[in-house]
Design a protein around this ligand. Structure first.
Ligand code: SF4
Length: 339
């Protein structure tokens, strides 16, 4: 899957019918409630275009952070009209946005027909109606199924976003969600661990002891399982974990929960650790010096954060020296162990 160059336009909470329990988009994006005028949108897009890498395949303007199709119809058209001018002059290729499943209907989709929208992401979060209810999402799993069916009829590229660790959620329910998402054959998915954001309803529940977030380790282990599940189904997972933002780094916006600025990297590292462990167990490695070859792009994943994987393998297999060396002939998700 070729990753496009994304020009993100954050519309925090705009178009939301209410507040989901886990959400505080201002905390996530660091952007205060803001209205994009045509001038402001033009300026923003032009600023981002300055950073475009020539080698990128395509450029997309992306409306995130709110519920795009829940916006006032005139405002939807205004944003699309302005973005479309950039498509017409050849500086961007298409438009994408994220939206709630229950705002996808024929009337709204008809509006999009006149515009170069290629990709629509749906905030699924869970396919368990009880979990959705507890998260105060205000829609059901059936809404997601209906929304995807409508988007498929109109040939959109579809991305589905799911969360793990919501109130009432557990590994069994989340895995069931992943199965139902895979059955819908999206073009890609994103997986977000539930973190407790400041000023969210979840923060209140956390403070009152009514909600306990998953520990980071549990979350990484489970998201690793989800990643492998989707990989088996040939569905790309384009993001795991919230985007690191300055706000998060300052620690201001997160009250608790499994946030890590390199969450996806932790998942990949766990996969490489598991692969190396499995090979070394099978081959009954007993040498004092071991070499692991990986694709150059996978060196840091094999090493793990702060060399954690290297230390773990050395300890587990009583190895004195473990060397990780690049081998471009290996695929990015493969490794070779020798002694
Ligand atoms: S999760 Fe999405 S729909 Fe819910 S309040 Fe946040 S932005 Fe709005």
């Amino acid at each position: 899957m070729n990753r496009p160059f994304i020009i993100p336009i954050f519309l925090p909470h705009v178009g939301c019918p209410h507040q989901c329990a886990f959400c505080n988009q201002t905390s996530i994006t660091g952007v205060k409630h803001d209205i994009f005028t045509p001038e402001k949108l033009r300026f923003h897009i032009n600023e981002f275009l300055k950073y475009k890498n020539r080698q990128r395949q395509s450029v997309q303007v992306a409306f995130y952070g709110g519920n795009f199709l829940g916006l006032n119809k005139d405002y939807i058209k205004l944003l699309l009209d302005e973005s479309t001018k950039f498509v017409k002059n050849g500086s961007i290729d298409s438009i994408r946005f994220s939206t709630r499943p229950d705002t996808i209907d024929h009337e709204r989709l008809d509006i999009l027909e006149d515009y170069p929208v290629s990709t629509i992401e749906i905030g699924v979060q869970s396919m368990d109606d009880r979990v959705l209810l507890m998260a105060k999402r205000g829609h059901t799993a059936l809404d997601t199924e209906n929304a995807v069916a409508q988007l498929k009829k109109r040939n959109y590229e579809i991305g589905l976003q799911m969360m793990v660790g919501l109130p009432g959620d557990d590994e069994t329910k989340s895995l069931a969600t992943a199965h139902r998402i895979a059955d819908l054959s999206p073009d890609f998915v994103r997986v977000y661990p539930t973190v407790v954001l400041a000023n969210s309803r979840l923060a209140l529940w956390y403070q009152k002891g009514k909600y306990t977030p998953w520990p980071l380790e549990r979350c990484v282990t489970f998201v690793t399982k989800l990643y492998l599940f989707f990989r088996n189904k040939k569905i790309p997972v384009i993001r795991m974990g919230l985007q690191a933002s300055e706000n998060f780094e300052k620690g201001a916006a997160i009250v608790a929960g499994p946030y890590h600025p390199a969450f996806g990297h932790l998942v990949y590292s766990e996969i490489f650790l598991d692969m190396a462990t499995a090979i070394m167990e099978t081959e009954k490695v007993s040498h004092k010096t071991i070499t692991i070859k990986v694709n150059p792009r996978s060196i840091s994943k094999m090493r793990g954060l702060k060399n954690k994987n290297v230390e773990t393998l050395k300890r587990k297999f009583h190895i004195k020296s473990l060397e990780i060396i690049p081998d471009p002939s290996l695929a990015e998700d493969r490794l070779a162990v020798s002694s």
